[in-house]
Design a protein around this ligand. Sequence first.
Ligand code: PMP
Length: 326
Amino acid sequence: MDIKQGFVGAVGNTPLIRINSFSDETGCEILGKAEFLNPGGSVKDRAALYIIKDAEEKGLLKPGGTVVEGTAGNTGIGLTHICNARGYKCLIIIPETQSQEKIDLLRTLGAEVRTVPAVPYKDPNNYVRLSGRIAAEMENAIWANQFENLANRRAHYETTGPEIWTQTGGKLNAWVASTGTGGTYAGVSTFLKEQNPEVKCILADPMGSGLYSYVKTGEIHLEGSSVTEGIGNSRITANMAGAPADDAMRVDDREALRVVYQLLRKDGLYMGGSTGINVGAAIALAKQMGPGHTIVTLLCDRGSLYQSKLFNREWLESKGLLLDEF
Ligand code: PMP
């Protein structure tokens, strides 16, 4: 018998998938941790579960309580599923620039959703800071605070990292992933380095994010922009602080989209933009390291969350991203 206990029991233990087309092209084993197969559809189910369990264990979240969060979408989706399964309410603050699919899904799941203008973190009305203030003013509510709450990173240190280690039999040369809160990258990197310091941990970054320059030079420097969602940052969060990083790779949107379309057309994998950045960085790393290496990355969420953008010719054209091969 192998029965999962409800939604919560079905989080994690995702397969590690060989990405055949890019593995064959590069001569490296490029492996994707299939986080889109979590029951809420993304890598963020793990963090959502750990954050809620942590608040329950500390007695902060009580029956009938509300979980408040500022999110690019996926954390909110994970939280809302778990709130439904555990008898809590969910209030989500999301920048209006995020895909309509994620906003609609959150409402369908039963979250109260407030869309807000996308403003930088230094602005008090930034979605993350706003969500903290709203939570503080509410009765019987907690702020999930995924960027600074270390339960997020712990989820990946205790589950994603060990799963990758076991699934590869410890035979991996590199781990590469982009980061939003830093939870996934930092938790997995820390765990893998403890098992074998020779495993290279490489941070992948979209344009417009300051993490690439931070790893390269120690300074945050913002340059360009990206249509990807849920990744990149202009600050070092508590979850990211101290994470091992041997190097960083930057992938632009054209390359990320080329990768996303090849994943769909040649590998049958229908993925979102952050996965394009991750696999794009894994390909660049494979070329740098040479054939014969095993590189693990993350397949974060499904393309269906971005259908009206990344898979819509008019939208791509409006962003100057309509490539010949589409
Ligand atoms: N990809 C997507 C689509 C995401 O929503 C997120 C989380 N915002 C990430 C990657 C990055 O995950 P993390 O927050 O653990 O760095």
